[in-house]
Write a protein that binds this ligand. Structure first.
Ligand code: SF4
Ligand code: SF4
Length: 58
């Protein structure tokens, strides 16, 4: 489980709705990416209003 936003995540869930691969989930107002499912498409990072999602370079 990747910890996406150690600071700044507002738990808005927008990223979870963007993900086509069910790879991102918000728990306790903190988003986590399952890197085994994530294709690094970048949609979640694009939609995040506080820009806290960073993806590892492929
Ligand atoms: S980069 Fe794409 S596949 Fe990965 S968590 Fe974000 S929306 Fe989902
Ligand atoms: S879109 Fe950004 S602020 Fe909203 S839940 Fe996802 S990581 Fe957190």
């Amino acid at each position: 489980m990747g910890n996406v936003c150690s600071a700044g995540c507002i738990g808005c869930m927008l990223c979870t709705k963007q993900c086509e691969f069910d790879a991102i989930h918000v728990e306790n107002n903190l988003a986590h990416i399952d890197y085994s499912k994530c294709t690094q498409c970048g949609k979640c990072a694009e939609k995040c209003p506080v820009k806290v999602i960073t993806l590892p370079k492929a």
